[in-house]
Design a protein around this ligand. Structure first.
Ligand code: ASP
Ligand code: MG
Length: 465
């Protein structure tokens, strides 16, 4: 079971987590718990680390004092037993004292490397896990807490986005956690953080506790991985846009991967990778509505769900970048050059489309990266033998993604989507459909985005799903 940041945001919520774990254990299940940092803590650690890098020492003590206060308040309301509370308080004080030293070190050196940044970021989960451990112990269950490193999650040294060495990890987890589970002990493991082969702390990417949970699930060979969050599951669309949006009871791994990135529950993009190989089901559930079954993600989509389109999402905060030039026509490697410039400048391309005329290429990137993209493309390409003659942009656009596994091979889906858009008098700026046919994405002006989502939700009767 993985509990996200909002599930452990307050002492009351952590008591609730304790109840869920206890109930499941009493029902005869062996449970391993994975926890995120308290809501907001990881973001605040990034901020303070950046400040420390600028040799701004005065913020450090104020920050650590506030962080200690926040956690002590949560401890006081999450844990009833005095001796347990005392233990957890001591651990918390010690951990925060260590954080203060690390931040001071960064401040003196004036440098924040990916390695030291991961070390700072590891403190969020290192502080939350002992509290959850205390809340479970409070209920007279046997439990132990571990950092990802102590549990045995070993990754490559790609700091900030590390990936597990699954064979080695499985070996260590089997050695360290499996015997405890056999004895009825509940391991509580920090999400998000692990260590490389040299024992240096790594993180597996933002939102990475989901990934930790599936890595542990595979290493332990569990029956199911449950991701407890603050929404009912994966929805047909954002309920803020369409109040009649429905929770999807069952999805395939492929569908969930497409939807997780855009949906109300943003899942770590690589979280499903380990479980897909081992065919372990994942369930997304709402901590605040534990009686709901949530969304079950399995290999095969629900046999009864003949629905072609299952979800529609709008991705805001993006911009369109058009690169054109007669020099690109019939010139092998010209697209590669454009993408190479973006890649080298750490600009991720979310969507891409080119026509067979080859005279232009359109790409969707995060809006905040637009300036960097244009300037670098200009420097690198504009005056290089006339390959590219123009770089133009539109920053008031949104991507609409329409998703569903049964779209593959079904005729008329695209025409139905685009007719619906046209009937609403809305112009489409760019289109892409991968050959997987799981997802049709297109670009409209941002001001039209919500209307398009509503129209497609209605046209495909997603509120009846
Ligand atoms: N605390 C980490 C983050 O905010 C990991 C997680 O919440 O899953 O990114
Ligand atoms: Mg989080």
């Amino acid at each position: 079971m993985k509990f996200g940041g909002s599930s452990v945001a307050t002492g009351e919520n952590i008591r609730h987590v304790g109840d869920i774990v206890t109930q499941t254990a009493k029902n005869g299940c062996k449970v391993t718990v994975v926890v995120s940092a308290l809501a907001g803590v990881t973001n605040s650690l990034i901020e303070v680390a950046e400040q420390a890098k600028r040799s701004d020492e005065k913020h450090i003590q104020a920050f650590t004092r506030e962080l200690l206060d926040k956690h002590l308040k949560v401890i006081a309301s999450a844990i009833t037993s005095k001796p347990i509370r005392k233990d957890v308080t001591q651990i918390t004080e010690k951990t925060i004292a260590e954080l203060e030293k690390v931040l001071t070190g960064i401040c003196y050196v004036g440098e924040l490397t990916p390695k030291s940044k991961d070390y700072v970021l590891s403190f969020g989960e290192r502080l939350s896990a002992p509290i959850v451990w205390g809340a479970i112990k409070d209920r007279k269950l046997e439990t132990r807490y571990f950092t990802g490193k102590e549990a045995g999650i070993v990754t490559d040294s790609n700091f900030g986005e590390a990936d597990p060495l699954m064979n080695f990890t499985t070996h260590l987890i089997q050695e360290r956690l499996a015997p405890l589970l056999e004895k009825g002990v509940i391991p509580v493991v920090t999400g998000y953080i692990a260590a490389d082969q040299d024992g240096v702390v790594t993180t597996v990417g933002r939102g990475g506790s989901d990934y930790t949970a599936t890595i542990l699930g595979v290493a332990l060979g569990v029956d199911e991985v449950w991701i407890w969050t603050d929404v009912d599951g994966i929805m047909t669309t954002d309920p803020k846009i369409v109040p009649a949006a429905k929770m999807l009871p069952q999805l395939s791994y492929q569908e969930a991967t497409e939807m997780a990135i855009f949906g109300a529950k943003a899942m770590h993009p690589r979280a499903l990778e380990p479980v897909i190989k081992e065919n372990i089901p994942v369930r997304i559930r709402n901590v605040f509505q534990p009686e709901n079954q949530g969304t079950l993600i399995t290999k095969e989509p629900d046999a009864n769900a003949k629905k072609v389109v299952k979800a529609v999402a709008m991705i805001k905060d993006v911009a369109m970048l058009n690169v054109s030039g007669a020099g690109m026509v019939g010139a092998p490697g010209s697209y590669a050059k454009v993408l190479d410039v973006l890649g080298k400048n750490s600009i991720n391309v979310m969507m891409i489309s080119t026509a067979a005329s080859e005279a232009s290429i359109s790409m969707i990137i995060r809006r905040g990266l637009l300036g960097r993209a244009i300037s670098n493309l200009e420097i690198a390409l504009l005056d290089r033998g006339g390959l590219v003659s123009d770089v133009s942009t539109e920053d008031d656009v949104a991507v609409i993604a329409v998703m569903g596994a049964n779209m593959r091979g079904t005729l008329g889906v695209a025409s139905k989507i685009f007719t619906t858009v046209a009937k609403n008098g809305i112009n489409i700026r760019m289109i892409a459909q991968g050959s997987s046919e799981l997802n049709i994405s297109f670009v409209v002006k941002e001001k039209d985005g919500e209307a398009v989502v509503r129209a497609i939700h209605e046209e495909f009767k997603l509120d009846k799903i």
